[in-house]
Design a protein around this ligand. Sequence first.
Ligand code: SAM
Length: 219
Amino acid sequence: EEQNKWKKVDDYFTDRLNLTDSQLDEVLKNNADSGLPPIDVSRTQAKMLQLLIKLQGARRVLEFGTLGGYSSIAMAEGLPEDGHVVSLEASEKHADVARSNIQKAGLSHKITVRVGSALETLPTLSSEPPFDFIFIDADKKNNPAYVEWSLKLGKPGACLVVDNVVRGGEVLDDQSSDENIQGIRKMFDYIHDHPKIDATAIQTVGSKEYDGFLLAIIK
Ligand code: SAM
């Protein structure tokens, strides 16, 4: 009942704010047809990422977790013509679907998908120019390592967004046997002691139910 209301409010926002985007709808359809799980960010969240990228004046975006490229495409659309998204994806199948979606969206020149476990592909990025916007949305168990890498690969002043930090409130369970929950908690512990991360976390409800995100600036 409540969840149905959250979804309806998301639909209302999507309608009134003209967020319907046939290209992004097409991505969700291709993902479903290819058997990908529907764990992309919502339409309103994708728009928030795009707006943050514009506010930041970002040119180089790093994403952890491509899936079918829904968020990669939304973020690339917020970048100037010479901007670029590098998105890290462990699954060859997900990366193939994403590349096909990215090509259909006419954004192949703006998005590079790197296949492989992020912890293996990240070191190759050290020789590239630094990033000014980073979105972490992959395997949550590695979030502490991903935040640590973000400090290495992000410029001072870079914006960091980490998705799914609430998980229906499971983040509170310090005894959780779920390594993803433990990963989220360890990430908060890491940030707690870190002088170079200026952060907040916001709880959300919507079509993706009760969850939330962390928003930070790398000092
Ligand atoms: N950001 C995407 C969006 O909103 O459209 C959703 C990403 S989905 C929640 C998480 C993705 O991370 C999955 O495609 C999964 O295969 C990928 N993934 C899981 N473990 C990974 C790893 N170690 N390195 C890179 N990607 C990983």
